[in-house]
Design a protein. Structure first.
Length: 185
């Protein structure tokens, strides 16, 4: 039976902002016992993880190169923190401000994916795009979530990065790796 590969598509901040996001993740790991977010690089998901037969890898790379988003280079502004207060799996994140360019980029990726891979469903959450950069999830207990949000709801953070490309990532069984970048022009 052919092996399936796991992929996703994301915006990645430059190194300085990535380091700042990682520092928040480390704080949440040390002080609120939530370290799962440290396993992933800081990112804004444009297309949630999906599986494809390993034989489709080359076809996926060609498809990714051919995406034609109707946005050029733009700035992503990050401002403060937010959360998804899920009963069993709360999430804390850095908030990117929704802009027409960010929304258009995500919609372009989702529409192109759906047109090329109609057999892979698009989850309703992807259709209601809510950009975020996760800093705590999965192993964040509801009790630790409450403690952390007492601090993070008042914490201030502002940063901006230039979105001049987006990325296709593949999971190697242990971590996500960038396998292709797509320049925005």
């Amino acid at each position: 039976m052919p092996r399936e590969n796991l992929y996703f598509i994301a915006l990645l901040p430059h190194e300085a902002i990535s380091d700042e996001i990682t520092a928040f993740r480390q704080d949440l790991a040390q002080n609120y016992n939530s370290s799962r977010a440290l396993r992933n690089m800081p990112h804004i998901t444009l297309k949630a993880p999906f599986k494809l037969d390993g034989r489709e890898h080359g076809t996926l790379l060609k498809w990714f190169e051919g995406i034609r988003p109707n946005t050029g280079v733009f700035n992503v502004e990050l401002e403060d923190f937010g959360s998804f207060d899920n009963k069993n799996n709360p999430v804390i994140y850095v908030k990117p401000l929704m802009t027409p360019q960010l929304e258009a980029l995500q919609l372009s990726v989702i529409n192109a994916f759906e047109n090329n891979y109609p057999e892979i469903g698009i989850h309703y959450v992807e259709r209601k795009f809510h950009p975020h950069m996760t800093i705590a999830y999965r192993d964040l207990t509801p009790e630790q979530y409450e403690r952390a949000m007492d601090v993070y709801q008042h914490k201030k953070y502002n940063a901006t990065f230039r979105a001049d490309r987006f990325f296709l990532l593949k999971h190697d069984g242990e971590q996500w790796n960038v396998i292709k970048e797509h320049l925005l022009s």
